[in-house]
Design a protein around this ligand. Structure first.
Ligand code: SF4
Length: 692
C-alpha cells in the first residue's frame, strides 16, 4: 500500500463498471489519484458505492497497459511499436486494400460499451460514412439486444421504463434472471431498503441468489424454474391474470391494442400453471399465488437481467413481461414498470448511439428514408438502407471468406462471445484485425494492429446508465496514450478519405443532439448545470424524462404480442446430462480485464463451478476438486464448489478468468430475433479431473 497523503483536488466523474452509473469524486494529490469517494450529489447513487467503483480503479494505471500503437503483418509476428501517424495511416491503408480486393461490405466494426457516448458515436459514424456500410454492432448483441427488440415492439422504445428512485414506491418487486446484489449492488441496496420497509419480493431464478434470503429480506416466492422455460412461466403468470379476472381493463382499453387476440391466446389451457409445471418445474400453486400478488399487490415493478435475454426466446420473454405489465396496468407511474438492469457502464448509450447494424442513433431503422436523409445531409455521405452484419454474422462471414477486416473498440470478443473455438476460427480468418483497448486481451493476441485506448479516468464525455440517465465523465488525467479515442476514429476516417473533425467531445454531443430527437435537448452545458438528465430530453421534456409511457406509450398504444413458448434446442442428453448457466460475482466484472488487475482479484482468484451435492456425489466430486466441464463444443477445467444454491441437474459458473473460459463450452444457439447468445442454457457433463 502506498500512502499518497491527503488529496489536494477532486474531479466529479462516473464509475466505468456497471449500468448503475454511480458518480464519484476522484480525489488527487498532484497527478496521483488517491481515492474514489462516492459523490453525494450523484443522481444514480446518492453517495453510495460498491467494491468495484470504490476500490477497483488501479487497472487504469496498471503496468500491463499498453500506451503505444503497435502493428504486425501476422498474429505470429512480434509487435512493432510505431507512432500514431504510422499506426493510423497503416490501419486506413489496410482497410482500403481489403475493400478494394473484397468489396465495400468486407469490413466492419464493433463499438464498445465501456467508452463514452461520444466515442461510440464517432466509431459508428466512421463505419457508416468512411467504411461505407452498416456493418456495425455492439456488445449489447450478446446481452440486452432482446430488450431492445422486445420493448420496442410492445412499448415503442428500447429502454427501461423507470428511474431507480421509482423502486421506493413499489409494493411488489419481481426480480427475473438478475442478481442485483452482485451485479448492480448500489441499486440492490435501494431495492433492499424498500423490501425492509415491507414491499413483497418474487424471484424467478433457477439459482438461489442472495436476495432470496438476506438479513431482514426474504422473498415471498422464489420460483426455481428450469433454465430455458422463462416464457412458459411468464405466460402462466398472464394466464392467471386473464382467467381469474385480474386484468386492469380500463388501462388496457384506454392505452393498449391487440389485447383480444393476446387474451384468447394466453387463456388457452396449455398456458396454465398446471399445464406448464412439468416443463418449468415451478409448482402451479406457488405460481398462481405469485401471479395474484403481482396483479393485486399495489404497485408492481419488474426488474430483470441477462437471465431473461440470453436465451433462444430472449426477445419473446421481454415481450411476455411487457404484456404482463400492460395487462395489470403496471406502467407509466412511480413504483411500476419493466426495467432491464443493464450490465456495462454505457451499454445503454452504445445502443442509443446507433451501434446496431439496422438502426441509426435514437433507434431509427436504416430503411427509413426520412431518417437517412437527416444523416446524409449532415454527414455528406450516402447511408445504405439495408442493415449490415451482426457480430455472429461477421464471424460466419469471416469463416466463409467474405468478411475480411474488423475494427474492435474495447471489447474482448475472444473471451466474452460464445463458442470460443468458432470465434477464434473467425478472427484467425481475417486479413486485418484492429483492436483498440487498454490491454493485450485475448482478442488483441490475434490482432494485426493494436491501438491503445484510454481508461475512464482519461475520458471526457458521457455515459448513459440503465435508467437512461446521461452522466458526465470528466477527465481526471490527460490521456496516457497521447490521444483520445474519438480523435483516433476521426483520424482513421480522414485517412480513408472522409474528414471527421471535432475540437472537443461537447461538439460531438451537439451533433448527436442535432440528429437524434430523444437527445435534442442534451448538451454538456445542461449536464454540468443539472448534474444529469434522462432521455428523452427535448422540447417536450427539457429536463429529461424519469418515467416513460406516462400518458401514452412511445408507439402510441401499447401493443400486446402473443408469446408462444418454444423450448430451446439445447436439451440435456445422456452424454451431457446437466444444464450449465452462467453469471457474475460482486468483486469481479465481466471478462475481468479491469478487476483482475486490481486487489479485487484476491476475493475471486478463479472461476468456480457450483454443483448440487447430489450431482457431485454421483460423480465422486468433493468440494474443491478440479473438474472437467464439457459440452458438445468444448471442454475446460474448473474447481468445483458443492452448493445447494443450484437445483439438482443445473450447474453454474462465472466467466471472469480467461484460463477457465466458460465460453469454451457455450454454444452457437441464440435468440431468434436478435442472435443474442443462449449463454444461460448449455447441456454439459462434469467429471472429476484429479483423482483423490
Ligand atoms: Fe460502479 Fe456499479 Fe458499483 Fe456503482 S454499483 S460503484 S456503477 S460497479
Amino acid at each position: 500500500v502506498v500512502n499518497l497523503g491527503m488529496p489536494t483536488r477532486s474531479v466529479v466523474t462516473t464509475c466505468a463498471y456497471c449500468g448503475v452509473g454511480c458518480s464519484f469524486k476522484a480525489e488527487l494529490r498532484g497527478d496521483e489519484l488517491v481515492r474514489m469517494v462516492p459523490y453525494k450529489g450523484g443522481d444514480a447513487n446518492e453517495g453510495h458505492s460498491c467494491v468495484k467503483g470504490r476500490f477497483a480503479f488501479g487497472y487504469a494505471t496498471h503496468p500491463d497497459r499498453k500506451l503505444e500503437p503497435m502493428i504486425r503483418e501476422s498474429a505470429d509476428d512480434e509487435w512493432q511499436v510505431v507512432d500514431w501517424a504510422t499506426a493510423i495511416s497503416y490501419t486506413a491503408r489496410k482497410l482500403l486494400e481489403v475493400q478494394a480486393k473484397h468489396g465495400p461490405a468486407s469490413i466492419g466494426g464493433i463499438t464498445s460499451s465501456r467508452t463514452t457516448n461520444e466515442e461510440v458515436y464517432v466509431v459508428q459514424k466512421m463505419i457508416r460514412a468512411a467504411f461505407g456500410n452498416n456493418n456495425v454492432d455492439t456488445c449489447a448483441r450478446v446481452c440486452h439486444s432482446p430488450t431492445g427488440y422486445g420493448l420496442k415492439q410492445t412499448f415503442g422504445t428500447s429502454a427501461g421504463t423507470q428511474d431507480f428512485k421509482s423502486v421506493a414506491a413499489a409494493d411488489v418487486i419481481v426480480v427475473i434472471g438478475a442478481n442485483p446484489t452482485d451485479a448492480h449492488p448500489v441499486f440492490a441496496s435501494r431495492m433492499k431498503k424498500r423490501l425492509r420497509e415491507g414491499a413483497k419480493l418474487i424471484v424467478l431464478d433457477p439459482r438461489r441468489i442472495d436476495l432470496v434470503r438476506s438479513p431482514h429480506v426474504e422473498a415471498q416466492y422464489h420460483l426455481k424454474l428450469q433454465p430455458g422455460t422463462n416464457v412458459a412461466v411468464v405466460n402462466a403468470f398472464a394466464h392467471v391474470v386473464v382467467t381469474e379476472g385480474l386484468v386492469d381493463q380500463s388501462f388496457v382499453d384506454d392505452r393498449c391494442e391487440g389485447y383480444e387476440e393476446w387474451a384468447e391466446f394466453i387463456a388457452r389451457p396449455e398456458n396454465s400453471p398446471e399445464a406448464t409445471e412439468p416443463i418449468t418445474g415451478v409448482p402451479a400453486a406457488d405460481l398462481r399465488a405469485a401471479a395474484r400478488l403481482y396483479a393485486t399487490g399495489g404497485n408492481s415493478a419488474i426488474y430483470y437481467g441477462l437471465g431473461v435475454t440470453e436465451h433462444s426466446q430472449g426477445s419473446t420473454m421481454v415481450m411476455g413481461m411487457a404484456n404482463l405489465a400492460m395487462a395489470t396496468g403496471n406502467i407509466g407511474r412511480d413504483g411500476v414498470g419493466v426495467n432491464p438492469l443493464r450490465g456495462q457502464n454505457n451499454v445503454q448509450g452504445s445502443c442509443d448511439m446507433g451501434s446496431f447494424p439496422h438502426e441509426l442513433s435514437g433507434y431509427r431503422h436504416v430503411s427509413d428514408d426520412a431518417v437517412r436523409e437527416v444523416f446524409e445531409t449532415l454527414w455528406g455521405r450516402p447511408i445504405l438502407p439495408e442493415p449490415g452484419l451482426r457480430i455472429p454474422n461477421m464471424f460466419d462471414a469471416a469463416i466463409d471468406g467474405t468478411f475480411k477486416a474488423l475494427f474492435v473498440q474495447g471489447e474482448d470478443i475472444a473471451q466474452s462471445d460464445p463458442n470460443t473455438k468458432h470465434v477464434f476460427a473467425a478472427l484467425q480468418s481475417l486479413d486485418l484485425l484492429v483492436v483498440q483497448d487498454l490491454f493485450i486481451n485475448e482478442t488483441a493476441k490475434l490482432a494485426h494492429v493494436f491501438l491503445p485506448g484510454t481508461s475512464f479516468l482519461e475520458k471526457d464525455g458521457t455515459f448513459t446508465n440503465a435508467e437512461r440517465r446521461i452522466n458526465r465523465v470528466r477527465p481526471v488525467m490527460a490521456p496516457k496514450t497521447g490521444k483520445h479515442e474519438w480523435q483516433v476514429a476521426c483520424e482513421i476516417a480522414e485517412a480513408m478519405g472522409y474528414p471527421m473533425k471535432y475540437g472537443h467531445p461537447s461538439e460531438i454531443m451537439d451533433e448527436i443532439a442535432a440528429v437524434t430527437p430523444t437527445f435534442s435537448g442534451v448538451s454538456f452545458a445542461k449536464l454540468d448545470k443539472l448534474g444529469s438528465v434522462q432521455w428523452p430530453c427535448n422540447d417536450n421534456a427539457p429536463e429529461g424524462t424519469p418515467i416513460m409511457h406516462v400518458d401514452k406509450f412511445v408507439r402510441g398504444k401499447g401493443h400486446f404480442v402473443p408469446t408462444t413458448f418454444v423450448p430451446t434446442d439445447e436439451r440435456s442428453t445422456r452424454k451431457f446430462p446437466l444444464i450449465l448457466t452462467t453469471g457474475r460475482i460482486l468483486s469481479q466484472y465481466n471478462v475481468g480485464a479491469q478487476t483482475r488487475r486490481t486487489a479485487n482479484v484476491a476475493w475471486h482468484p478463479e472461476d468456480l463451478l457450483e454443483i448440487h451435492p447430489h450431482d457431485a456425489e454421483v460423480r465422486g466430486i468433493n468440494d474443491g476438486d478440479m473438474v472437467a466441464l464439457s459440452s458438445r463444443v468444448g471442454e475446460t477445467t474448473l474447481r468445483a464448489v458443492i452448493s445447494d444454491r443450484m437445483p439438482v441437474g443445473v450447474v453454474y459458473t462465472t466467466f471472469h478468468h480467461p484460463v477457465t473460459g466458460a465460453n469454451v463450452v457455450t454454444t452457437e444457439n441464440s435468440d431468434w430475433a436478435t442472435n443474442c447468445p443462449e449463454y444461460k442454457v448449455t447441456a454439459v457433463q462434469v467429471g472429476l479431473r484429479t483423482p483423490h
